[in-house]
Design a protein around this ligand. Sequence first.
Ligand code: BGP
Length: 466
Amino acid sequence: MKFSDDFIFGGATAAYQCEGSTLEYGKGKVSWDDFLAKQGRFKADPASDFYHQYGQDLKLCNMFGVNGIRISISWARIFPEGTGKINQEGVDFYHRVFKECHKNHVEPFVTLHHFDTPDVLYQKGDFLNRETIQAFVEFSKYCFEEYKDEVTYWFTFNEIWAVATNTYIEGTFPNGEKYNMTKAFQIMHNMMVAHALAVLEYKKAGYNGKIGVVQSLEYKYPFDENNLDDIQAAKNEDVLQNQFLLDATFKGYYSIETMEVVNRLVSINNGSLELLDEDFDVLKQAALLNDYMGMNYYQSRFIQHYEGENDIHHNGTGEKGTSRFCLKNVGRRMEKEGIPRTDWDWLIHPESMFDMLVRIRQQYPNYKAIYITENGMGYKDDFEDGIIDDEPRIDFIRRHLEFTLKAIEAGVNVKGYFVWSLMDMFSWTNGYNKRYGLFYVDYETQKRYPKASAYWYKRVSETKEV
Ligand code: BGP
């Protein structure tokens, strides 16, 4: 079986991870700037200097059959304070980038928020503060109108779950709070309301394009499929990461089953959620209007029942075997015999991506289309005289593309696939030794080198076969 002629073989990027120039050309501060400076481990400057190198990156896309690119617009480049005054230099920069995309026949898929809330709004509570919802809608409306002739494919948010868990459960995003399930659910809900309001604005204005949201999903299997407690633990994590957001996306309300788990998990913090009637009005309308969903998919989890103390350790160094994720009364993530892991302990399990795609089709039959907006493998690439032989990455992508084809065969409408990442770039909690790119970046010279995977991907894109 082959991919269709209009299938997108894309590469993904995100503003803060690739642009560099984090405080230049009129850009305002974002939540990460002070946080990273305080940590002192690494910074997002110059990263892969996309601000100046986009020309060569888009040319490489053109040469290597990459016919779509995920780009995010940095909110603080356009509105340095989050709202109000506009920075024309930032506005013009994205015009130049989109023009270059089209010149190179690379379709831009544009995300409005990829983890980089302007610092002014972040300091006021980020999306836990409903003022930020309104500010986001204003920013979105501005971009829809400004770039209407250049952008056809929009995404509101990237990975709402990642924002919630990394900020409030795992504590690896600014400002590093841990084990707070209530705030995690609340920010996910508020961001989905912001998404819904932006979708309604886009549709109301009648633009000639499409819009959706990018969710980050992981299939959650019980560690022991015959153990009822493990089955419950897997369900806990599934609702936390997947089902809460999928319900909000496709139904516009949370099912009784979802809320049963949510209430139980929120009660762990003796917390309560603010879910307003008017929120569900907009969520329900938007649920029918999304043109597609972006799915970022990297791995699955095997969950065991767990009543011990909270204990999470993030492997942000690539020292294999150092991850721990145990959440009291939720579950513990386990390794599984026979399933390999990367050096950052991410399970390599492409079958589970198939399971997730089929599940969406079954559980949310009103979904219209899915783009796999991120998938890829973090790897410590060897660079030898300009040659980067990244066979394990090729294998990773090949197997995920095979299961994508199987899902299409099973009736799931998958329209495109974006490798994370187009070129090597900054990784939020890992810095620079975790490389994902099809193109190797020498951060000293900013020179790009195609890896073996880039040549392989070109062939797939040309032949539509894996
Ligand atoms: C996703 C993010 C990306 C990217 C990727 C790889 O969650 O959307 O921005 O960073 O994961 O993650 P990491 O860099 O942590 O390995």
